[in-house]
Design a protein around this ligand. Sequence first.
Ligand SMILES: [Zn+2]
Length: 163
Amino acid sequence: MTCAECGGKLRSKKENYRYLACGLPNVTLTGVEVRRCATCGDHEVVLPHIEKLHEALANAIVRHEARLSSSEVRFLRKYLGYSGVDFANLIGVSPETVSRWENKKESMGSSTERLLRLLVVHKTPIQEYPIEMLTRISQTAQTKPIGLRLTGDGWIEQGLVAA
Ligand SMILES: [Zn+2]
């Protein structure tokens, strides 16, 4: 394997990888293959079953009892496959409102937030999601670390040891 940037040799290693590319600051993938170039420092990460990874991540987010952060709102909206405009039309707000939610200018109301969580749950009906979970959501946003581990053919959430 050679580096796409400089043609140097890539070394492959299993690492705990901070998945910043998903748009969330708090997601760690445990034991994934990362290929690093010793020459230029560039790296690539191997993420099999990426749709299942995003599904596991969305499931983890809707289970958190804290209010959704702006980046979680954006992640879930994209996970559902909607553009900002389509999502705005779907739930009956202006595209500017969606943009304000996702850019931390305004917080999503709690009813709308429940609707977003239910849309996510509905997309992946295999999980168990008692409606009572929606009543336990607190009034404050808190970004909790999320850890995901690759299994045979998918991803599961697992507790993280505090760093
Ligand atoms: Zn390189």
